[in-house]
Design a protein around this ligand. Structure first.
Ligand code: WQD
Length: 342
């Protein structure tokens, strides 16, 4: 989809969604944001407008389950494509609240698909996750490796992929790109936009940033007995701006062929929790207190991407390194100690 288009971004006030809005606006697209602000803030969209130099074409505080409210968005804008981020995304939380995760993530995706179909919109970029690979027998992982989700969050993403792939079989006009992110972290280099989780962060990078800022006492390292080099969990951390660029590139390839295609978005490099702590210490210039505790239910030892398919298909690859991820995350934390102004 070359040229200027109108892209509906669900969860557009969230961490990855807001950074993707900046990227799309910066490349001449118009964006329309739908968000229920359950894990985001309208303040993020003010920062999007400031960075991009222009605001979204429309912002709607709507739940995906609000069929009339969502339909109104499609009635008020000619939507060329949808980028669907809106979801719950914390592995640990999903183990405690499985039904909420299936209702929001799977139910919300089906509700969106229904309204898209009712309005003749057949282009979708879906926010999937590396977590569907589960306790992988090997890394790095290609898209051909089997799904083996180990927690309700991961299972919800895998179920969404099944629904989307099967729907494509019956709706020939539907084109879906499912992007399996590895671990998006960091912030926009301006320091104006970043990750602002509600309450205590579930993910390691925002938690680290708050420990460095003195808002939290110490990092609990979940498990020191994994079969990894230093015993702590290994992940493929990828800069959120690389992920945002990956979505913009995906939109340009939606019309390559009908049906659903799947792509890993990662760097291909694994980093342990202790290595991440060391990298963040270098970025913030202060020691990070931590203690090694028991494993977190639902966690797996290692998840690292083989990013070869997307590089071959689209020429996209992650460009920013771990130091930039930590420096940008720390800059955002320092400039926004309490997140976005209400
Ligand atoms: C990373 C590592 C933890 C917190 C995330 C997103 C998910 C998906 C995949 C996009 C693990 C350890 C964590 C803490 C810790 N992304 N950890 N102490 O679980 O890999 O999943 O990336 O779709 O949406 O949630 O990320 O940051 O929670 O954990 O030791 O306080 O850090 O055990 O090894 P995860 P995470």
């Amino acid at each position: 989809m070359p040229g200027r288009t109108t892209v509906l971004v669900t969860g557009g006030a969230g961490f990855i969604g807001s950074h993707t809005c900046v990227e799309l606006l910066g490349h001449g697209h118009d964006v329309v944001v739908v968000d229920d602000y359950s894990n985001s803030s309208p303040g993020a969209l003010e920062r999007v407008a400031k960075i991009a130099g222009r605001p979204p074409a429309g912002v709607y505080e709507v739940s995906l389950h609000d069929r009339d409210g969502l339909s109104r968005v499609f009635e008020e804008h000619t939507v060329d494509a949808v980028v669907h981020f809106a979801a719950k995304k914390a592995v640990g939380e999903s183990v405690e609240l499985p039904v909420a995760y299936y209702d929001t993530n799977v139910g919300g995706t089906v509700a969106l698909l229904r309204v898209m179909q009712e309005h003749g919109v057949g282009r979708l970029v879906f926010s999937s996750s590396c977590s569907i690979y589960g306790d992988a027998a090997k890394v790095p992982l290609t898209e051909a490796d089997p799904a083996d989700p180990t927690n309700p969050y991961a299972t919800s993403k895998w179920l969404c992929e099944q629904v989307l792939a099967d729907t494509c079989r019956y709706l020939p006009g539907l084109s879906v790109l499912s992007l399996r992110y590895f671990n998006p972290v960091g912030a926009h280099p301006s320091g104006l936009l970043g990750e602002v989780p509600r309450g205590t962060p579930g993910n390691v990078m925002p938690y680290l940033a708050q420990v460095a800022a003195g808002r939290l006492e110490r990092l609990r390292v979940f498990g020191g007995d994994y079969p990894t080099a230093d015993g702590t969990g290994v992940r493929d951390y990828v800069h959120v701006m690389d992920i945002a660029e990956g979505h913009r590139v995906a939109l340009e390839h939606l019309d390559d062929e009908p049906g659903m295609r799947v792509f890993n978005l990662g760097t291909g490099s694994g980093t342990s929790v202790l290595e991440l702590v060391a990298a963040f210490q270098r970025a913030c210039g202060t020691p990070i207190p931590y203690e090694i505790t028991g494993r977190r239910p639902g966690d797996v030892p290692a998840l690292v991407a083989d990013p070869g398919r997307v590089a071959r298909a689209w020429g996209w690859s992650a460009r920013r390194d771990l130091a930039a991820m930590c420096e940008d995350a720390w800059r955002f934390q320092e400039l926004n100690p309490c997140g976005y102004p209400d």
